[in-house]
Design a binder for this molecule. Sequence first.
Ligand SMILES: Cc1ncc(COP(=O)(O)O)c(C=O)c1O
Length: 283
Amino acid sequence: MKIYLNGQLVSKDEAKISVFDHGLLYGDGIFEGIRIYNRKVFLLEEHIERLYESAHAIRLPIPLSPAEMTKAVEETVAANELVDGYIRLVITRGSGSLGLDIRRTSDPQVIIIADKISLYPEELYEQGLKIITASTIRNHPQALSPRIKSLNYLNNILAKIEGSDAGCLEAVMLNHKGEVAECTGDNIFIVKNGVLKTPSTDAGILDGITRRAVLRLAREAKLEIMETTMTRHELYVADECFLTGSAAEVIAVVELDGRLIGDGKPGPVTKDLKSRFEKLTRE
Ligand SMILES: Cc1ncc(COP(=O)(O)O)c(C=O)c1O
């Protein structure tokens, strides 16, 4: 495996950064998770745009232009001869003193890892997931906007632990107002009476790139779409529910907090959008 580190492709053993890096000391940095389908990087432009927006929001100067970053990602994918896979693009603040001051850091580190991925067992893509609602809420947008894909994922990790403790692979997170936000690493959708609903970005969620792609596919399919405030009750009484993410792709949810969603099987709208997504990515 060849890893891109600050302009060079190095082996896994050589891919090392300083213990004084604020990415490690404070989670001070940003990242992207991106799919490779059939040697092509999926929606790379949107991921690069979100990366630079995250950087701008935390005042992190990325030492490459978006065009140079795009080229670096493509070179890393080619060097690893990946047909299908997953890219983790990480930018850290760089190393500094043992204090928070960003003025005493230098050299943001640019890391690109391209690897294979399988998030959920294959059969769950047919059967759907059982999930719970976590008691840990999503970041308060006034504290750290969930729109920033930062290296601070601790509350999502705490929610994920709650999920694992309950025997679930994902967990729904509510926002500070008690409304549905998203899952620990995926956006959430429901279908009710033929209408596709998902929390709007105002709910304090990551503006997911798979979410956007699925909304475009839903528009093509002439579905009625509502980006709207959602309560947990609406999830319980939904006809269908599914999650989206670069790693997860499109996966049905068939049970939440011990309540079956619909008839407890992936529904027709979910299946249709899932197959449209597969077509988009693989054909
Ligand atoms: C918290 C969170 N929400 C949603 C998503 C899905 O976003 P995307 O479709 O851009 O991968 C992710 C994964 O990146 C995530 O970490």
